[in-house]
Design a protein around this ligand. Structure first.
Ligand code: HEM
Length: 520
């Protein structure tokens, strides 16, 4: 056995070198095996993802089922029947790495499609509308939906107060409190690109596109009661379900559709196609099938593959491009940045992330460099380099921007409630019992917020539909009983007041006063 990493054999693997043979003995610093084994162990954890920390993964392939070459030059989409290998990571957003999986939340679906022209990452969600459309709000949204910094407990006052003050989230919130957000497992859920992206062609033309990935296993959800029970009985339920499904030789699959959006139509369309809080109606932008995703192999090692995988919407290939959606543009910064922190600067050289062919002479060195450049010129252009840029891909040049720099903070308007209203009045109403579940799901959560916050939330749901507002108020107040919120919840009154001398950072509250921010 090679116990030490230099490859030398170790004979007494579990022995320790020491002076003295019985319990009274002292260890020796020269015991290399012991030192190395313990020092490796104490470095075995890496930071967990700031969001989507809990996840599982599988290998499989993307297959082109229908011709879509009229709208994209993406090489892997040119030939019906062609299969491209992929790796998927499924995740739960808010909980920590060991958290229960069947909780109410969005689910992340991330695909690394290993095309011959580079890895294409689709970093998608199980809810087709996102809660925010201003990138700078992502920190607030993430903090408010995680733990209270003082109690380290989930805080329903903080949660609902965030949404009361950021009501552009209402459409996404409607999905979050429907049974769609307690899916039985990943195999029985759909996912969506949420953002508008672009399919591009080598002639410089492009169309906008939103992707829908629809399960072939059928949608199956838990009720809130079932989800809580399973979270307690088997916190790893969804990882187990996927692993056992694939281990048994099953091949869960999803059909892949595109909503194609003509840029000219988008320019005058009443919904801003770059607003990630909105979906686009199928009546105006029908779904067009072009592929299938099939999973058929479990990872060999969870840490090496699932934990060390690094996905980013910026991993694009020719034929697929980003759009001006401001959330997508904010994400372009976030992912590779956090991955340099989480995995190190050469994270893309790890086997799970490495593209089939890669040649990046302008990036060199850094911790854990696996393959150096040797004598390759590491500047460009060079008289001695034998490489060139890929000129066959004309850069789409459709977007011309001219304007004044502004501090834009989107405002909530009545139109932001329209799709939430349709969801309540049509989508939920069409499925027996789903309106009742929605009301009871909200009440079961909102009851733990303080009364002052609950009241504002009732008004928010009333803006969606007056009857919905009344039903939520009635169910929540009944559940809240005497009106007591959990004692550990953040007390807003504490935050409203400046408590002189009671807090090291009490002066900071001044910074957040509306007046100091020019919004009084
Ligand atoms: C401004 C908005 C957003 C920011 C700043 C952001 C940031 C992040 C960060 C930092 C991670 C952790 C990545 C890692 O450690 O490797 C992450 C993961 C993830 N995000 Fe976002 N995100 C945003 C919006 C979105 C949206 C709109 C979607 C989907 C439409 C999305 C889907 C995901 C998924 C699926 C993961 C898990 C990736 C994995 O499995 O490794 N995020 N996000």
């Amino acid at each position: 056995m090679n116990g030490i990493r230099n490859g030398a054999p170790v004979h007494d693997v579990s022995a320790s070198q020491r002076i003295g043979n019985q319990l009274r003995a002292t260890l020796l610093l020269q015991d290399i095996n012991l030192l190395e084994v313990i020092q490796h162990l104490t470095h075995e954890r890496i930071p967990e993802r700031i969001v989507h920390a809990r996840g599982t993964g599988a290998h499989g392939y993307f297959e082109v089922t229908d011709d879509i070459s009229d709208v994209t030059s993406a090489d892997f989409l040119q030939r019906v029947g062609e299969k491209t290998p992929l790796f998927v990571r499924f995740s739960v957003v808010a909980g920590e790495r060991g958290g229960a999986e069947t909780v109410r939340d969005q689910r992340g679906f991330t695909f690394k499609i290993r095309t011959k022209e580079g890895n294409l990452d689709w970093v998608f969600l199980s809810i087709p509308a996102f809660p925010i459309r201003d990138g700078a709000k992502f920190a607030s949204f993430t903090h408010a939906t995680k733990r209270n910094p003082r109690s380290n407990l989930p805080d329903h006052t903080m949660f609902w107060d965030y949404f009361n003050n950021n009501q552009e989230s209402i459409h996404s919130l409607m999905f979050l409190f429907s049974d769609r957000s307690t899916p039985k497992d990943f195999q029985h859920a759909d996912c969506f690109s949420v953002h508008t992206y672009r399919f591009t062609k080598t002639d410089g033309s492009f169309v906008y596109v939103r992707i829908h990935v629809n399960t072939n296993q059928g949608i199956e959800n838990f009720t809130a009661t079932e989800a809580s029970r399973v979270a307690g009985e088997d916190p790893d339920y969804q990882t187990r379900s996927l692993f056992e499904d694939i281990e048994a030789g099953n091949t869960p699959s999803w059909d892949v559709y595109a909503q194609i959006i003509d840029p000219k139509k988008a320019a005058n369309y009443p919904i801003n196609i770059f607003d990630s809080t909105k979906t686009l109606p199928f009546a105006d932008f029908p779904k067009r099938k072009f592929g299938r995703i099939v999973l058929n192999r479990n990872p060999d090692d969870h840490f090496a593959e699932v934990e060390q995988s690094a996905f980013s919407p910026t991993n694009v290939v020719p034929g697929w491009a980003l759009s001006p959606d401001p959330i997508l543009q904010t994400r372009a910064l976030a992912y590779p940045d956090t991955q340099r922190h989480r995995l190190g600067v050469n994270f893309y050289q790890l086997p799970i992330n490495k593209p089939e062919h890669s040649f990046t002479p302008l990036m060199r060195d850094g911790a854990a460099t696996f393959k150096g450049l040797g004598a390759t010129p590491n500047y460009f252009p060079s008289s001695f380099s034998h490489y060139d840029v890929a000129t066959q891909y004309a850069r789409p040049d459709e977007e011309h921007w001219l304007g004044t720099v502004v501090n834009y903070d989107s405002q909530v308007v009545d139109a932001d409630f329209k799709q939430a209203r349709i969801f309540w009045e049509k989508t939920l109403a069409a499925h027996s019992g789903q309106q009742d579940s929605f009301v009871s799901n909200v009440a079961g959560h909102l009851k733990d917020a303080i009364a002052e916050v609950r009241k504002v939330t009732y008004a928010m749901f009333t803006r969606v539909n007056a009857d919905l507002g009344k039903r939520i108020e009635k169910a929540t107040e009944a559940a809240a009983g005497a009106g007591n919120a959990l004692a550990s919840n953040m007390k807003l009154a504490d935050l409203h007041e400046k408590k002189k001398g009671s807090h090291d950072n009490s002066d900071n509250f001044d910074l957040f006063a509306h007046k100091a921010w020019g919004r009084s």
